[in-house]
Design a protein around this ligand. Structure first.
Ligand SMILES: [Cu+2]
Length: 473
């Protein structure tokens, strides 16, 4: 494990890459504006934060501009779903057809992507695949059969480019929980946590190119200290379903005195339900983890890095009968390795086809966003990848750049089969962080014909060419 950068212990407050260093500096200054004094009841309870509409598989989503209160001291104007952030939790049953009506009250075209679902192009919600856009003031109705089960989400798929009001910089995201026919998880309560960064702005990185930074962060649309606490009792097992809905930032989470037993990633049960002290979620990644509540107190569940936590990215876990100021203790190190959740003995399979995908960037000059390339070309000029139905395609993600990339495949998932040459199995994902200067291999079995978009989920990267279309032969 020594040679794997994912296993390198990092102090929570030391920079983990060049961009984080830069951001840490800017955020430290911004943090002063985020007082942690008012642990108020807001009425926007953490539990249950969402209406539970299990009776019907039919939903209506309205996209409109709103003013949203992240805290009594911080309001943002943003586009959102159904007047709330995050949008409503949609609970659907696997295999039972659902109809969703989407109304666009904005003055620009929009589109809603069903992230993690293996559904037809017409419903998937990616214009690059050929899904229809929803006209300004228009509406559409889509029908699909939810599959697979697990924690997924829905979000806008419009490019933002230099307009930081658009795409995932906005509040257009919500959770989709697809219930399996049988639910084997053992827990006393279930909580959903959605991370997001707010008030994006362009800043210069140390090499002169532009990157996006943020003034504040939230969990379930509220800054730390301004949401109702997660209320637990000693001895309970609490299942947290966590989504990172940030446009560009990976986040680290910790709950002092507790461990997370990871049971699923991106909605798929993992080969080994390992217990860890810190979680890392790249943009669009999901983790479902059980926490045994065995350290009574009032705790902050938050970004493990102080600069980010101080922008508001945290919530409070409060044991019954305990009161007082929420406590924070930094984890000893930031540690995350997908291989911890793999089968104990890897199942080795031979691919039918190997697909090399080399990621690189080109500096576009001072004050400009880098241009991103797959196999030397930027979208829309990237070469399409040809999939053959029924075959196992080994995707070789070769990241030759200095940035980490959370790469995402639409309408399918893939199984991680190696990281830096070490074989693994049993971890299925639809987003994987390929760290700077590393190689990850993942097997995609082509079972859902139709155009399939592959891209980096970092909004500024996908907008700058980091996309390719996979098409069935
Ligand atoms: Cu990227």
């Amino acid at each position: 494990m020594q040679d794997n950068p994912q296993a390198e212990p990092m102090h929570p407050d030391s920079p983990t890459n060049r961009r984080q260093f830069l951001r840490g500096a800017a955020l430290a200054a911004a943090a002063i504006a985020a007082p942690l004094k008012a642990w108020v009841q807001t009425g926007q309870a953490n539990s249950p934060p969402f209406p539970d509409n299990t009776a019907s598989q039919d939903y209506r989503i309205e996209i409109a501009e709103i003013e949203w209160e992240l805290s009594p001291h911080k309001k943002v104007r943003t586009a959102a779903y159904d007047g709330q952030i995050p949008g409503r939790l949609l609970r659907l049953t696997e295999g039972k057809p659902a109809t969703i009506e989407i109304v666009n009250r904005l003055d620009r075209p929009e589109i809603v992507h069903w992230h993690g679902q293996w559904i037809p192009v017409a419903a998937d919600g990616a214009m690059e695949e050929g899904s229809p856009m929803i006209a300004p003031g228009g509406q559409t109705r889509i029908t699909f059969t939810p599959k697979p089960s697990g924690l997924h989400w829905y979000h806008t798929h419009v490019p933002a480019r230099r307009n930081l009001k658009l795409g995932l910089y906005s509040g257009q995201f919500g959770l989709l929980q697809v219930e399996p026919r049988t639910n084997p998880a053992r827990y006393d309560q279930e909580h959903f946590l959605v991370l997001h960064d707010w008030e994006p702005y362009f800043a210069s990185s140390d090499d002169g190119s532009q990157v996006v930074q943020y003034v504040c962060g939230s969990i379930n649309g509220r800054m730390l200290g301004y949401d109702s606490p997660v209320q637990v009792s000693e001895g309970q097992r609490v299942l947290f379903h966590i989504l990172n809905a940030s446009a560009t930032e990976a986040h680290w989470l910790a709950l002092p005195g507790h461990h997370f037993q990871v049971i699923a990633m991106d909605g798929s049960p993992v080969g080994n339900e390992a217990k860890v002290e810190t979680l890392r979620l790249g943009p669009a990644e999901r983790i479902s983890a059980v926490v045994a509540m065995d350290t009574p107190g009032v705790w902050i569940l938050g970004e493990a890095r102080t600069a980010f936590r101080n922008t508001g990215m945290g919530t409070v876990v409060e044991y019954a009968g305990r009161a007082g100021k929420p406590q924070w203790t930094a984890p000893a190190r930031l540690q995350w390795d997908y291989r911890a959740f793999a089968d104990a003995v890897p199942v080795i399979r031979k691919p039918d086809v190997t697909v090399p995908l080399v990621f690189s960037s080109r500096f576009q000059g001072h004050g400009a966003l880098d241009r991103w390339m797959i196999n030397g070309k930027s979208f829309p000029d990237t070469d399409p990848v040809i999939l053959k139905e029924g075959l196992r395609h080994r995707l070789v993600f070769d990241n030759r750049s200095m940035d980490d990339h959370p790469v995402h495949i639409h309408r399918h998932n893939f199984e991680l089969v190696s990281i830096q040459g070490a074989a693994m199995s049993g971890v299925y994902k639809d987003v994987v962080i390929v760290e700077a200067r590393t190689k990850v291999e993942a097997d995609l079995v082509a079972t859902n014909p139709g155009n399939t978009l592959f891209h980096c989920h970092q909004q500024d990267h996908m907008d700058s060419g980091f996309m390719a279309l996979f098409v069935y032969a």
